[in-house]
Design a protein around this ligand. Structure first.
Ligand SMILES: Nc1nc2c(ncn2[C@@H]2O[C@H](COP(=O)(O)OP(=O)(O)OP(=O)(O)O)[C@@H](O)[C@H]2O)c(=O)[nH]1
Ligand SMILES: [Mg+2]
Length: 254
């Protein structure tokens, strides 16, 4: 069977989930490729996947100096050898069953299909509220700059047509927030044309196993994606969290 879709999974130290997720995707979608984009995990994840001996499942170990969740996803889209790529997390927060709906939308002609969460409350009220507030702030900024937005731009579950986005990724590599987590927002920001967008709703779950990688740099990097005003807010947040902004962005040091 010909593979037309790659599931791109940014991965860091997910040995407690990696085999389960690979098996669950394989069982539901025998023909999909699975590409774990690993940032030099220190655990046995790669070994465990290699032991599965599945020709359509690979762990791509990235260069240590290029570490970044955003960079991992974007590089995954770039090297996927299929018509479509769908990005999802490695911890079962994104239901495997939703991949079918996203694939179907791409087959019907969407350039981009966004997994849209029914609710974010599984993250707890504080995080869910913060996520919604951040999204609104980002949306207003993007609209102000005349950039296309989508619902649930913070979603880590979305699929796209590789041929549509590969040139954008290649020509904007240095502009992307490569260590950032909001890849969809960056792809919208640099999209060369109006995209055909569709949605598939899903229930956002809880991390199955292992530890969260969320840290205070994530909101800083998210607002940093938003032009001058965003960078101003990023500096403010960095100060609030006692993080050295110029260590994160040395090129901005005057
Ligand atoms: N390649 C790569 N993947 C990463 C990195 N940091 C996190 N990830 C992966 O990105 C995905 C999202 O990270 P999570 O730790 O689940 O973040 P989260 O979903 O906001 O946090 P939880 O709700 O607690 O799970 C997971 O698949 C991680 O393994 C990184 O630096 N590089
Ligand atoms: Mg998670």
């Amino acid at each position: 069977m010909v593979s037309t879709c790659t599931i791109v999974i940014p991965t860091y130290n997910e040995e407690k989930n990696i085999v389960n997720i690979a098996k669950a995707i394989r069982e539901a979608y025998p023909e999909f490729r699975i590409l774990f984009m690993d940032d030099n995990s220190t655990d046995r994840g790669k070994e465990l996947i290699d032991e599965l001996n599945d020709p359509l499942t690979k762990v791509f170990v990235r260069k240590p100096e290029d570490r970044g969740l955003g960079a991992s996803v974007l590089q995954g889209f770039e090297i996927a050898e299929t018509d479509y790529a769908i990005c999802m997390d490695c911890d079962f927060q994104h239901p495997i069953a939703t991949l079918q709906g996203i694939y179907d939308e791409l087959e019907k002609g969407a350039d981009l299909c966004v997994g849209r969460r029914n609710s974010r409350m599984s993250m707890g009220f504080k995080r869910a509220f913060g996520s919604e507030a951040f999204e609104l702030f980002c949306k207003i900024n993007m609209k102000f700059h005349g950039v296309q937005t989508t619902k649930d731009m913070m979603s880590g579950l979305f699929g796209l047509r590789c041929d549509k986005f590969r040139p954008e990724i290649q020509s904007n590599w240095d502009n992307f927030e490569i260590q950032g987590w909001k890849v969809l927002m960056d792809l919208l920001k640099y999209a060369p044309e109006k995209l055909k967008v569709s949605y598939v709703r899903y229930e956002f779950g809880l991390r199955a196993e292992g530890e969260s990688h969320l840290n205070p740099k994530v909101p800083i990097m998210t607002v940093h994606q938003l032009w001058g005003f965003g960078k101003f807010i990023a500096k403010f947040l960095a100060k609030m969290y006692h993080i050295d902004y110029y260590a994160m962005y040395p090129k901005e040091k005057k």
